[in-house]
Design a binder for this molecule. Structure first.
Ligand code: ZN
Length: 244
């Protein structure tokens, strides 16, 4: 079975379309979207439409991110930095009631026999904790049953693994060790922050027991000019070029 998983689209339609075109070539059995469909970028409604279509036509599993919950009024954005706050306020002003209702109904976790998925952390998913170091990973490995947990949220791909001890590594291709458990951050479609501006997604092939983090180029200039045309903060356009 092949899973294609993607996260943190952040209303970047050009990046999403590039990822979906690449994903189609993988011929996945299951698509999984780990949340943050909206926020930061200029095409929140269009990105929601794409994801809803994938859900209806291809059975894509979709869970909520913190920006999705903030944009529909389900959680507070008071603690956000000013860029995120401005983007959320703008997003709220352009989304339809139907779009907000869609976001408000998204579940916080995904699971099947092979994997667990959550936007931020298995511990208190609705509190949007980050898993950034070994201590965070240690606590979170105790909060899910599956062997593998896929997450987004930090926009930086990283693999935490537990096999007696817990450690982490950053690499594009991971051959799963049968004795290990994993928490895998799959990076971001629409606003990568690992210094690589290309859109990220993950492919998990259960037959080969391999997880790959893949990167695809997209029309960055188009996404940037839409952000500027919408009157969103210029830095939200600029950062896309640097992947930070
Ligand atoms: Zn995000």
């Amino acid at each position: 079975m092949k899973y294609v998983l993607f996260s943190d689209i952040h209303a970047n339609l050009e990046a999403l379309d590039s990822v979906l075109a690449a994903a189609e070539k993988e011929k996945p059995d299951q698509l999984v979207c780990l949340g943050d469909i909206v926020g930061y970028g200029a095409d929140p409604a269009e990105c929601i439409a794409r994801i809803r279509d994938l859900q209806e036509t291809k059975g894509c599993k979709v869970i909520a991110g913190n920006h999705d919950y903030a944009a529909c009024g389900k959680s507070s954005y008071r603690g956000y930095n000013h860029l995120a706050r401005e983007a959320i306020k703008w997003t709220m002003s352009v989304l339809s009631p139907a779009d907000k209702k869609f976001l408000s109904k998204l579940p916080l976790t995904f699971s099947d026999q092979n994997i667990f998925g959550v936007h931020s952390s298995p511990i208190e998913p609705e509190q949007w904790h980050y898993i950034l170091d070994i201590d965070d990973a240690y606590l979170n490995f105790q909060a899910f049953e599956a062997r593998l947990c896929f997450i987004g949220h930090s926009h930086r791909p990283v693999i935490f693994y537990r096999n007696g001890h817990i450690d982490w590594e950053i690499k594009d291709t991971l051959s799963l060790d049968p004795a290990s458990r994993y928490i895998i951050n799959i990076g971001s479609v629409g606003q990568p922050r690992d210094g690589n501006p290309a859109a990220a997604y993950a492919l998990f092939d259960t037959g080969r027991q391999v997880v790959e983090i893949k990167r695809v180029e997209y029309d960055l200039a188009a996404a940037q000019s839409k952000i500027r045309a919408a009157g969103l903060p210029d830095v939200l356009a600029e950062r896309l070029a640097f992947g930070k």
